[in-house]
Design a protein around this ligand. Structure first.
Ligand code: GTQ
Ligand code: FE2
Length: 357
């Protein structure tokens, strides 16, 4: 090991460093940047343009069969601050997946949890442990840790969506497991409504007394539909009169986050309005569903439009300015930071707190 050292004429110090090197030890007095006053992260504020993502998904679709690369045609967002690691922020994988008409991405499962957020189109089914979940614009679809999942596109149009996985977290913890599904014919089952929604998507605040339970602290509801999200945002906007509405996607049973590592939110900003500038610990990935405007992250400002994916590094203040009404999906590792007592966020203005009557 190359032990870092200071230079001196003292032979005994030289000898000490040689012994430290030979013993794979590094003295703390040679190390800086470990215990920083505030988070120092490699990830930089960044934007991948929706136009580029669509065009490159399509080009990959024409040139590369889905069988390559683990049976998924996926382009990973690589934050330029992370030395080539295929991660959008140090804790989150974000990618676009492209499935052509008639294609099937066969079943597998892994301990990293995944979610899909659909920015355009419809027609793909994701089977989650055999339950066919249809995907359509604005929907959030979950494939929790260790659930078998496969995607098939019986429609006549190619489809693309954003994947986010907690892969870097699970990898850092040395807990990645992967398994291919049964090798017989891929299932191409479809259904107007998934079983998960039939049980747990019955209505606001209504959950079955004896429904099939989900293991661990994750939602048994696997799809959050745009019609419901849209209505919740619209009614909140009207009720608050603040020009900005934010909802959190919740486990309908526990009220907690959708999965143990990932928090999901949808933000709506009325045309001409700007959100408060806030920051919190942990990484965040955002994706624009509708509208145009700009986002300021740390010292950078990016124009934003539909399909854009954004990396918001830990502790970077960010705010959004809407030119036309903006719908922004956000996912973060907040449940992990909260579980570990590491969540910090900037104080929220009193004006931001709406009293619940
Ligand atoms: O769709 O199963 O972006 O396994 C990365 C890994 C998607 C998937 C990704 C995956 C998938
Ligand atoms: Fe997967």
């Amino acid at each position: 090991m190359a032990t870092r050292r200071f230079r001196t004429d003292n032979r005994a110090v030289d000898a000490l460093y040689d012994r430290l090197s030979a013993t794979d030890l590094q003295p703390l007095w040679e190390l800086t940047g470990l215990l920083t006053p505030e988070p120092v992260v490699g990830a930089v504020p960044y934007r991948w343009s929706g136009e580029d993502l669509r065009a490159l998904g399509e080009a990959s679709g024409e040139l590369v069969p889905v069988e390559r690369g683990g049976d998924r045609r996926v382009l990973a967002c690589c934050n330029p601050g992370l030395d080539g690691a295929p991660y959008a922020v140090p804790t989150l994988w974000a990618a676009v997946q492209y499935l052509r008409a008639g294609e099937v991405a066969p079943a597998h499962r892994h301990t990293p949890a995944a979610l899909r957020f659909i920015t355009q189109g419809q027609g793909v089914w994701t089977l989650v442990d055999g339950d066919p979940v249809h995907m359509s614009e604005g929907d959030l679809v979950l494939t929790p840790s260790w659930t078998f999942h496969e995607h098939h596109n019986p429609s006549s149009e190619a489809m693309t969506w954003m994947d986010v996985l907690d892969l870097p977290i699970v990898a850092a913890l040395g807990a990645v497991f992967f398994e291919d599904g049964p090798t017989d014919e891929a299932s191409t089952a479809t259904a107007p409504r998934s079983m998960s929604e039939s049980w747990y998507g019955g209505g606001p605040g209504l959950v079955p007394v004896a429904g099939p339970s989900a293991p661990g602290s994750r939602s048994p509801l696997l799809a959050y539909r745009w019609a419901d999200t849209d209505r919740a945002l619209a009614t909140q906007l009207k009720a608050s009169g603040r020009g900005v509405a934010v909802i959190r996607f919740a486990d309908p049973v526990r009220g907690g986050d959708v999965m143990p590592t990932l928090r999901c939110e949808m933000h709506r900003v009325e045309s001409g309005r700007r959100t408060d500038r806030t920051r919190q610990t942990g990484g965040r990935v955002a994706c624009i569903l509708h509208g145009t405007g700009s986002i300021a992250i740390g010292g950078e400002t990016f124009d934003i439009g539909p399909g854009d994916i954004l990396a918001i590094p830990s502790w970077s203040p960010w705010d959004v300015q809407a030119e036309t009404e903006l719908d922004l999906f956000s996912t973060s590792d907040a449940p992990v930071l909260e579980a570990l007592g590491l969540m910090r966020h900037d104080a929220v203005d009193a004006a931001d707190l709406v009293a619940v009557p």
